[in-house]
Design a binder for this molecule. Structure first.
Ligand code: ADP
Ligand code: MG
Length: 464
């Protein structure tokens, strides 16, 4: 394989189109191996906009569209890239990344769900119309956040600025934020609204630097009447972006433009978030959204059925809500899954058929992630390094994530205990059994452990 590749010193005599063809083919072969290892959704998200720039002196240079994708490939898929490249090129290689801003797509795959919208003064902004305050179910878990939303709509820029909504995944943060945006737009269609995830903000900033378009970037973000930034936890550790965000923030605040932010944790738990940003966030209103209680879960299920024109008996909604103590996203996903399965099986939707299905292990084991993604997600969640997770230290902060890794790899990915021991730093299989069983027990006793596992699984079940 390697022989067909232009070697050093041969470049000048090598026909250029052949070099390009070889590069293309090599990248195809490498990514074919990767495709087998990762889910289709992950492949699309992380690899679809990459290409092989060149292979030189055992250095495999990969073109990527953004710093964010580079970081993700580096932290999640480095090992996979190294192995696949080694297999195809027949030699040990180094991986490097080359950011090519020209390849930055206007629509990052991560954002397709919520969408990214930027409105010029002349054209009305469009936020995803699926998310409104009318179809946001209010209950004990989110009524404070909802009240803040109403206050902002009545008095934008003046009541709570910024509003920071935080909470676990799938609890409705993005829904609420876009709901506020939609309500404000319907009051005033010429409002200049920007909605972006913090990755989008970061990518725009990096692109502005690289293409020397800083002025345009600043004008754009700093002239908005309503700025919605989703998932600001991803700003952690990005110093340049934080600095820029800080200034954007100050300017908007001084003009009383409304800022709304979401995060998966409170700012004081965001490691590597500049103190001055933390204090800015704390200067506004911070509200959390909890996992929905039983009544709210029933109401969410009812609302989702209505949206899709499905009519399910109340007892069925109750059965589902009591079996699934989880967030809105997972409730919705499982509800649709149940309806689909029962339709395929030509069965009536009754509390009995539903509870039978809810008890089936196949419904629970729906993770398409591979073990590397699971470990990477767990490290990210607990903010620890892979080397700490797999290393010898036994402090409490590391043992819980390690045991949860054992549990998820065993229960959801069905890896053997030997394999789990191996990927977690060559641990003995009895250690793995102990860790897995401890979490199995804790899940029924400790709500915090239960919440962590549900959140992790729901993060892993989402296309990323
Ligand atoms: P987050 O941003 O907190 O991860 P989302 O806002 O994306 O969560 O919500 C995930 C899904 O769950 C969406 O389809 C949303 O409509 C639904 N959902 C969550 N909470 C509620 C709620 N209280 N009312 C209606 N739908 C909800
Ligand atoms: Mg969200």
């Amino acid at each position: 394989m390697c022989k067909t590749y232009p070697q050093r010193g041969q470049d000048r005599t090598y026909p250029i189109h052949k070099v390009v063809m070889d590069t293309l083919k090599t990248w195809h072969k490498i990514t074919d191996i990767i495709k087998e290892e990762v889910s289709a959704a992950n492949f699309r998200t992380w690899f679809s906009k990459t290409s092989l720039k060149e292979v030189k002196d055992k250095e495999v240079k990969i073109s990527v569209p953004s710093t964010f994708i580079k970081e993700q490939l580096n932290s999640r898929y480095r090992e996979l890239l190294l192995n696949a490249s080694k297999k195809i090129l027949g030699t040990e290689v180094e991986i490097t990344f080359n950011i090519e801003p020209s390849k930055i797509s206007t629509q990052e795959p991560l954002l397709q769900d919520g969408g990214v919208f930027f409105a010029e003064k002349t054209t009305p902004a469009i936020l995803n119309p699926k998310y409104t305050l009318d179809n946001f179910v209010v209950g004990l878990s989110n009524n404070v956040a909802y009240a803040a939303a109403q206050a902002i709509i009545q008095n934008p820029g003046l009541s709570y600025n910024p509003l920071l909504v935080y909470g676990g995944t799938g609890v409705g943060k993005t829904h609420l934020m876009l709901g506020i945006g939609n309500a404000m737009l319907s009051n005033n269609p010429s409002l200049k609204v920007i909605y972006a995830s913090s990755e989008k903000f970061t990518n725009d900033y990096v692109e502005a630097i690289q293409t020397r378009n800083m002025l345009k970037f600043r004008n754009r973000y700093r002239s908005s009447d309503l700025l919605l930034i989703d998932d600001i936890q991803f700003l952690s550790g990005r110093e340049g972006t934080q600095e820029e965000f800080f200034h954007t923030f100050n300017e908007l605040q001084s003009k009383n433009s409304q800022i709304i932010l979401t995060s998966d944790r409170p700012p004081n738990e965001m490691a590597k978030l500049e103190a001055r940003l933390q204090s800015r966030f704390q200067g506004g209103l911070m509200v959390d959204i909890q996992l929905p209680d039983f009544d709210t879960r029933v109401a969410i299920l009812r609302a989702k059925c209505q949206e899709r024109g499905e009519h399910l008996p109340e007892e069925v909604l109750h059965t589902i809500a009591s079996a699934l103590e989880t967030n809105g996203r997972e409730l919705e996903g499982r509800l649709m899954q149940l309806i689909q399965i029962l339709k395929i099986q030509n069965q009536n939707i009754t509390p009995e058929t539903v509870s039978q299905l809810l008890g089936q292990p196949t419904l629970n084991s729906k993770l398409s992630a591979d073990y590397r993604q699971v470990l990477a997600e767990i490290c990210r969640y607990f903010n620890i390094k892979h080397s700490e997770l797999t290393g010898p230290k036994r402090n409490k902060e590391l043992v819980l994530p390690r045991h949860i890794s054992m549990y998820i790899l065993s229960e959801d990915l069905h890896l053997t205990v030997e394999k789990i021991g191996h990927v977690l730093g060559k641990r003995d299989h009895t250690t793995v059994l102990h860790g897995r069983d401890r979490i199995k027990k804790l899940i029924n006793q400790d709500r915090e452990v239960q919440r962590i596992c549900i959140e992790l699984k729901s993060k892993l079940a989402q296309p990323q």
